[in-house]
Ligand binder design. Structure first.
Ligand SMILES: Cc1cc2nc3c(=O)[nH]c(=O)nc-3n(C[C@H](O)[C@H](O)[C@H](O)COP(=O)(O)OP(=O)(O)OC[C@H]3O[C@@H](n4cnc5c(N)ncnc54)[C@H](O)[C@@H]3O)c2cc1C
Ligand code: SF4
Ligand code: SF4
Length: 413
């Protein structure tokens, strides 16, 4: 590979934006490919083949062992969830924020604390653009209001790391960065190369991620609500309690809610190919990772909680708890694995199988329910997982499901 255009051609680009953020010539721009509903980099005139774009690209290669040693001083103790100091369940003590944020509002609360304590001057976060409410806008939030306005998960592609340029170019300022696992991988690779950048980042907050739905998923949901793209004034993917509803406001000021967003399984139809080959669910290279509490004992949760993997700088969480800003309860790492078991096993155990690219696999991702039941039965009984049987099952199931998904999709859309 010579540059990031080869990464895109090989289908390895995650759309993270690190190459654009680090290009010294500033000739890489992230553009939406409307056919795929994804962001990809475009290389402009004047490339001097310095190779920096490839060096920082997480789509092309991530050396987890080297980066773990560099960041945490050792190899990860868990192949499934990475390195950790402590694991928690918790939430922000600000009830309004907790209700309005995605899970327990922890990420937003931590950013507010860092800003208030003058540990940072700004935070790299994402809001939906005012000009085009269906397009995300990564930006550096420098005020309390901007951090609060950026709360909430954006379930669409976001080239967050284009903004690393602004961080590098800033004078004597400190920042926090929020990102998906692939965005954090890009950040870490960039930090390895660029010590000035490394010195400016006080904390990286990772968002646990099974996949990012393409823009087509948003279009699909709008279609279900009977809204034209042009009529959208604002969109909030999740909020108003837990697990939260999709909320769309039209230009006529109608407000439409799609509460069963999380039960439709719609996202299964819009997973970018690259996410099929991702092996990092838990944002293993972030200082802290945040997830939803998908545990049976929290199935009645209505306001929101986070699952937190604290990998570095755990003292920040403890300080916040002492000041009654956060509520934290230590949990066993097994609880984290249990809460994300489907995705962790899917990403860690099926990766080799997926890379072999079985026919039909890339057409539609099968629902994993029956595979998950099988895995759980074997795990609960402490029986070694029969991967060959699971793979065969997965293959047959994927054919059936791809046909069903296609039929449902054509009927609805
Ligand atoms: C694409 C995606 C997939 C996810 N998959 C899972 C999953 O499989 N399992 C699970 O348990 N949790 C998943 N989550 C995480 C979960 O939805 C919450 O984001 C997380 O628990 C943090 O909640 P919070 O209340 O602390 O966040 P909030 O306080 O609401 O703050 C969220 C922060 O993340 C930033 N942000 C939002 N979307 C993006 C984005 N796309 N890229 C970069 N920054 C962003 C916001 O600007 C904000 O600062 C996913 C989130 C996303 C965006
Ligand atoms: S750095 Fe990110 S956006 Fe650029 S080519 Fe690599 S994966 Fe794609
Ligand atoms: S699944 Fe992996 S590659 Fe896809 S958006 Fe999430 S972290 Fe990035």
């Amino acid at each position: 590979m010579n540059n990031i255009i080869d990464v895109v051609k090989e289908g390895l680009c995650t759309g993270c934006g690190t190459c654009a953020g680090l290009c010294p010539q500033d000739i890489i721009k992230m553009e939406i490919n409307h056919e795929k509903g994804l962001y990809f980099p475009k290389l402009g005139e004047g490339c001097n083949e310095c190779g920096i774009c490839l060096e920082v690209c997480p789509g092309y290669e991530v050396d987890f062992i080297r980066l773990n040693k560099e960041i945490f001083g050792k190899e990860a103790e868990s192949i499934l969830i990475g390195h950790y100091e402590n694991c928690y369940l918790g939430y922000s003590c600000d009830q309004d924020l907790r209700f309005a944020a995605t899970s327990g509002g922890m990420i937003t609360q931590i950013l507010l604390y860092l800003l208030e304590e003058k540990m940072i001057d700004g935070a790299l976060v994402v809001r939906m653009s005012d000009e085009n409410p269906l397009e995300p806008e990564p930006f550096i939030a420098r005020t309390k209001e901007d951090i609060i306005n950026a709360k909430g998960s954006k379930y669409c592609p976001v080239p967050t790391n284009i903004k690393l340029k602004e961080i590098i170019e800033s004078e004597d300022e400190k920042f926090a960065v929020v990102g998906l696992p692939c965005q954090i991988q890009g950040l870490r690779k960039a930090e390895s190369l660029h010590k000035k950048l490394k010195n400016k980042i006080v904390l990286s907050l990772g968002i646990v991620c099974n996949h990012t739905p393409s823009f087509k998923a948003t279009e699909f949901l709008l279609g279900k609500l009977g809204i034209e793209k042009e009529d959208v004034k604002s969109i909030i993917y999740r909020g108003e309690g837990w697990p939260g509803s999709l909320k769309v406001q039209t230009k006529n000021d109608d407000v439409l809610l799609q509460p069963e967003y999380w039960g439709t399984g719609f996202g299964q139809l819009f997973i970018p190919d690259r996410c099929h080959y991702c092996c990092d669910h838990m944002a293993e290279l972030a200082d802290m990772s945040f997830a939803d509490p998908w545990l049976p004992e929290y199935s009645d949760e209505k306001i929101g909680q986070n699952i937190i993997l604290s990998r570095k700088k755990d003292y920040i969480l403890n300080e916040m708890e002492k000041k009654k800003i956060l509520k934290l309860k230590k949990i066993n790492p097994d609880k984290i694995i249990q809460s994300q078991i489907n995705n962790i096993y899917y990403k860690k155990k099926l990766i080799k199988f997926k890379i072999n690219k079985l026919p039909f696999y890339n057409t539609y991702l099968p629902k994993k329910d029956s595979i998950d039941i099988l895995i759980n039965i074997f795990k609960l009984n402490n029986i070694k997982l029969p991967w060959n049987i699971i793979k065969l099952h997965f293959y047959l199931y994927s054919i059936l499901l791809s046909l069903k998904a296609k039929r449902d999709f054509l009927k609805k859309y």
